[in-house]
Design a protein around this ligand. Structure first.
Ligand code: GLV
Ligand code: MN
Ligand code: MN
Length: 420
């Protein structure tokens, strides 16, 4: 079978990426750029999925949609009974996205299939390209949702019951958009899973390299913290008589930064990306504040210690501030996930065959691959991003050449694994 390196059609890949980026596009006032807004299971996400499904069908693939709305496109192998080699990623985006996060992995998988078809290359194992549902977690609050159900970490019922800020459930939105599929919710274990993704960080660019082999993903902890105080008139209420939920929320934000700066939690990252006060009016002391806490750490024990430290701090706030109550709700939680050594080596070999120098790096972002790693040998290819690797932002950018090289590596990797 084909062992000489094959290269994909980089122009075609780029055209696909740019055409998909038109769907859900908006004019971003802060950057002056066109951004992408395809929150999971919105009309824009559904439109994007349907476009990509059409392309996958036109490439001769058989499609099915599972009960989580994951789309599985299959290119048959010469041994159809063999476990497939799977690639893919997500098409849903954050509300202020660029064109690459997730899309490169799905459209890269499509480009590999198009290239194999053009060259008349058959593989022993079937190849599957998967579009996972709600990877970002920004609409329904839990990231990697579709892949977590496929891998069995989250039950289908729990996933369907999650709601967005307007109270719409995942289940209802799957039905409304036509993506409530059937068949088993859990995947049969594939032979291997390999995902290509833009790095979303500065490491490869700073090293002057185009591709990287991902060693794993750091632990991620998301929680919603709600502070309840007492509304009061801003002009008439003496400070001593206030229970100001806004001040308590601000203290929590600063405490998180102190935890990071203390160095006591290793490489802890802490982010409050959502902070809202109620009733959100100039002359009223906030009665309630709601904030999300995103903690990440490559070290599980340190992540758990940071969570415990924060919980202790929140309890202390409640005890020391009359009229203030603090509650938390866990949104998402995953430990660090190491990727498979052998698959990493296959990726490194595929890069070497193409004459590409690469380095190994840990992923700071969550990915569907970390869920698939629970059911089959898994690893990822990273592609260099520009502008310090900025991502979740319209400025996210990877060059056409870098995207093509990343998908060349993906192609070489998938071909090797599919002939095992
Ligand atoms: C996914 O994009 C994440 O938040 O890591
Ligand atoms: Mn992503
Ligand atoms: Mn993302």
């Amino acid at each position: 079978m084909a062992t000489a390196p094959i290269t994909v059609d980089g122009d075609r890949l780029w055209r696909s990426l740019m055409a998909l980026a038109e769907i859900g596009s908006y004019s971003d006032a802060r950057t002056g750029l066109r951004g992408v807004n395809r929150l999971a299971l919105t009309d824009a996400d559904a439109d994007g999925r349907r476009l990509v499904m059409r392309w996958l069908r036109e490439a001769g693939m058989q499609l099915r949609i599972d009960p989580m709305g994951n789309v599985i496109a299959r290119r048959e192998g010469t041994d159809p009974g063999a476990a497939p080699v799977v690639t893919g990623s997500h098409l849903d985006s954050v509300a202020t996205a660029g064109a690459f996060d997730g899309c490169l992995g799905v459209l890269g998988g499509l480009e590999v299939v198009r290239t194999l078809d053009e060259r008349g290359i058959a593989t022993r194992r079937p190849l599957e390209v998967v579009v996972f549902t709600e990877e970002e977690g920004v609409r329904f609050g839990t990231d990697m949702l579709g892949s977590a159900v496929a891998a069995g970490r989250i039950s289908l019922a729990d996933a369907h019951a999650l709601t967005d800020r307007d109270g719409c459930t995942v289940g209802a939105e799957l039905r409304r958009t036509g993506f409530a599929g059937d068949g088993p919710a859990r995947f049969d274990p594939p032979h291997a899973y390999v995902e290509c993704h833009i790095e979303q960080g500065p490491v490869l660019a700073h090293a002057g390299l185009t591709v990287g082999v991902v060693t794993g993903v750091q632990g991620i902890s998301w929680q919603m913290v709600t502070v309840t105080g007492r509304a009061a008139h801003a002009g008439t209420t003496p400070t001593a008589l206030r229970a100001d939920a806004g001040i308590t929320a601000a203290q929590i934000v600063l405490r998180l930064r102190e935890m990071v700066d203390s160095g006591g939690f290793g490489e802890l990252r802490a982010t409050v990306g959502h902070l809202a006060v109620h009733p959100d009016l100039t002359n009223i002391v906030p009665a309630r504040a709601e904030l999300t806490v995103d903690l990440r750490n490559p070290d599980d024990a340190r992540l758990a210690r940071a969570e415990a430290d924060l919980a202790g701090y929140l309890a202390g706030l409640e005890n020391s501030q009359p009229g203030i109550a603090v509650s938390t709700r866990r949104m998402a939680r995953t430990n660090q996930v190491p990727f498979d050594d052998r698959i990493r080596q296959v990726i490194a070999d595929a890069a070497a065959d193409l004459g590409l120098e690469q380095l190994s790096l840990l992923s700071g972002a969550g990915h569907d691959a970390q869920e698939m790693a629970a059911i089959c040998p898994t690893a990822m290819v990273f592609v260099r991003g520009e502008y310090d690797g900025i991502s979740h932002n319209p400025r996210e950018y990877s060059t056409p050449e870098a995207c093509a090289r990343g998908i060349d590596v993906l192609a070489g990797t998938l071909l090797r694994l599919a002939d095992e």
